[in-house]
Design a protein around this ligand. Structure first.
Ligand code: FES
Ligand code: FES
Length: 157
């Protein structure tokens, strides 16, 4: 059994410590908001926060996250996280999602980005694009993502 902190709760998981956390979240804990895309750390669909930092769940083992705080899209968009809520609302206003497959990962990266900005800083499009560059969208929603992140930053400022 491996003990985990997920979304503010302690969990015990019976799994091989080498198991990627993506599969622990989805198959053991029922947190299916985190998606499988490439499985190789290349697309960002599986992004979660590990101690607040965007982390790729498909290439991060259960052993790595034990003893650390793991946060998933369910917590970020569940209404308890002001930055996540601002991002979520901006995503809806800008109708960002197309097929939706990449979107949980996009939201996790965007939320971590805004949390890391100095208070009141309004990021430029270049800053937003740089922060989001590791999250791929096969539907090409990048322009709407950029607008929604800027909108959320303005809301929070
Ligand atoms: S599924 Fe993890 S980076 Fe693509
Ligand atoms: S909305 Fe379809 S992959 Fe991004």
């Amino acid at each position: 059994m491996v003990r985990l902190h997920v979304n503010g709760q302690e969990k015990q998981v019976d799994a091989d410590p080498a198991t990627p956390i993506l599969w622990v979240l989805r198959d053991k804990l029922g947190l299916t908001g985190t998606k499988f895309g490439c499985g190789a750390g290349l697309c960002g669909a599986c992004t979660v926060h590990l101690d607040g930092q965007p982390t790729r769940g498909c290439v991060t083992s259960l052993a790595t996250v034990a003893g650390h705080e793991l946060t998933t899209v369910e917590a970020v968009t569940g209404g308890q996280d002001p930055v996540g809520s601002a991002i979520h609302a901006a995503w809806v206003r800008h109708d960002v999602a197309q097929c939706g497959y990449c979107q949980a990962g996009q939201i996790m990266t965007a939320t971590a980005f805004l949390k890391g900005l100095p208070q009141g800083h309004l990021p430029s499009g270049v800053e937003i694009d740089a922060a989001m560059a590791g999250n791929l969208c096969r539907c090409g929603s990048y322009g709407r993502i950029r607008a929604a992140v800027a909108d959320a930053a303005a809301t929070l400022a």
